[in-house]
Write a protein that binds this ligand. Structure first.
Ligand code: PLP
Length: 446
């Protein structure tokens, strides 16, 4: 290969796709506006009727409630203060994984959008900032939430600190003890971290009276966080996935990806993401799904989920609660059941019982594929990626990587130099806080 050819190849498929500040998206994209058949409405379980805006404001911020119900506005402006916070860690890098391609021996061109480049370590900060901003603007002083694995709690602690809000995180007691690093980041950003069950709530005191050594569970932590929010003035409980408003905020991921790929003249063929409650997947895919729904382009969409909580591939499409605490309305979605307790699994963030109602409807219409992956295969793919690209992926993100590996291997490099598809995937977070799980994989214990 001579120099001219090398330059040509590099220009056609550059390694880093940059956006300038001016090119940054200034509005979130509302996928529902382009769906002919919209997701079924949220239902108030007490009345059996679609929830009203007024009812929703009992649980969510007013702007959050409006966003939850808005099916028509195509673009919703991102307030300047949120844009300013985004600009500290966005645009997120969009990079071609050339060494990963080589290690797979594929002619596919693989790009990844890396969302782990902020201290909270994942995409969750994109929605945490927005939710904290609206809470502050509407006069709230305090938020509560629960955390198991710790990513959401960390993102929210950073956001509440920035917006001048108090935050109480009810952290499942065994995680509180086993994940001291997560706990201490939240405290560093000013969050109050309470091991759950605690003596601070009736729900916690009741459980501790019966079983003083109770290690806690997500269900109990949610009950405590909800009770604290209801009983404390100017306080609300917030969620980090599944909801329409969360997916909306996460569209910043896909909008940046779409803008950068357009700028460099690269058209993706296959778009891949991992799915827990669907917020990074939906936010990443939404602008591309919009193009498909409007008949402007066609893509193959692949959702990668955990075999231990396979909502898309094994769940039922029905009305269920969005949260284990049953404070949110019911949504029509693919679900394992709100009381489903997944087997212990390190992909903590993929253990939501339900799937975003928007993505559930998209999947139901046959616009997207879904595959479920086992833990061992996910860590194998992650290790391959880490060694090639020098980024340690979160176990959750590894599900997307495993899906990419399976797609790329269908196009061996030996069978045609440049015929492979362009694959782009969302690398939702870093694996720095999951070294116990990596240790188990390295020791052959997974
Ligand atoms: C929380 C989390 C997920 C799953 O949540 P979604 O709402 O499905 O995006 C995926 N990856 C990482 C790194 C996470 O922290």
């Amino acid at each position: 290969m001579n120099n001219t050819e090398m330059t040509k190849t590099t220009n056609e498929f550059p390694n880093k796709l940059y956006l300038t500040d001016d090119e940054m998206p200034k509005a979130w994209y509302n996928l529902r506006s382009d769906m002919k058949k919209k997701p079924d409405p949220l239902i108030n379980p007490e009345t059996g009727n679609p929830v009203t805006l007024e009812e929703l404001t009992h649980i969510f911020t007013e702007e959050g409630a409006r966003q939850e119900l808005d099916e028509d506005t195509q673009f919703i402006p991102i307030p300047e203060e949120i844009q300013k916070e985004y600009s500290k860690f966005r645009p997120a890098p969009l990079i071609r994984a050339t060494d990963f391609e080589k290690s797979l021996g594929t002619s596919a061109k693989i790009y990844y959008k890396f969302e782990g480049n902020n201290t909270s370590g994942s995409h969750k900060l994109n929605s945490a900032i927005a939710q904290a901003y609206y809470a502050k603007k509407e006069g709230l002083t305090h938020l509560t939430t629960e955390t198991g694995a710790g990513q959401w709690g960390t993102a929210l602690a950073m956001s509440c600190q920035k917006m001048g809000l108090d935050l109480t995180v009810y952290m499942v007691k065994c995680s509180y003890e086993q994940k001291p690093f997560r706990r201490e980041i939240m405290k560093t950003f000013g969050g109050k971290v309470v091991p759950s069950p605690s003596m601070e709530t009736e729900a916690g005191r009741k459980i501790l009276a019966e079983t003083p050594d109770n290690p806690g569970s997500l269900g109990v932590a949610i009950s405590e966080a909800v009770e604290a929010a209801v009983k404390t003035p100017a306080t609300k409980y917030v969620l980090g996935s599944v909801l329409n408003q969360v997916l909306l905020h996460q569209t910043i991921i896909g909008l940046e990806t779409q803008a950068a790929m357009k700028k460099y003249g690269i058209k993706p063929d296959i778009i891949v993401g991992c799915a827990g409650g669907g917020s990074n997947l939906g936010g990443f895919m939404a602008p591309f799904l919009g193009e498909k729904l409007r008949g402007e382009a066609d893509y193959k969409f692949i959702a990668a989920e955990s075999a231990s909580c396979p909502s898309f591939t094994k769940g039922e499409f029905k009305y269920d609660y969005c949260d284990t605490g049953r404070v949110t309305p019911m949504a029509k979605m693919y679900t394992m059941g709100y009381d489903f307790i997944p087997p212990t699994n390190h992909a903590g963030g993929l253990r939501y019982h339900g799937m975003s109602p928007i993505l559930s409807e998209i999947y139901h219409q046959g616009l997207m594929e879904a595959h479920a992956y086992e833990q061992h295969d996910v860590f194998e793919a992650n290790t391959l990626f880490a060694r090639a690209e020098g980024i340690l992926p979160a176990p959750e993100s590894g599900h997307a990587i495993k899906a990419v590996v399976d797609q790329a291997r269908k196009y061996p490099a030996s069978e045609g130099e440049s015929d492979g598809p362009v694959i782009v995937f969302c690398l939702s977070g870093t694996g720095f806080f999951d070294m116990v799980a990596y240790g188990k994989y390295n020791n052959g214990e997974l």
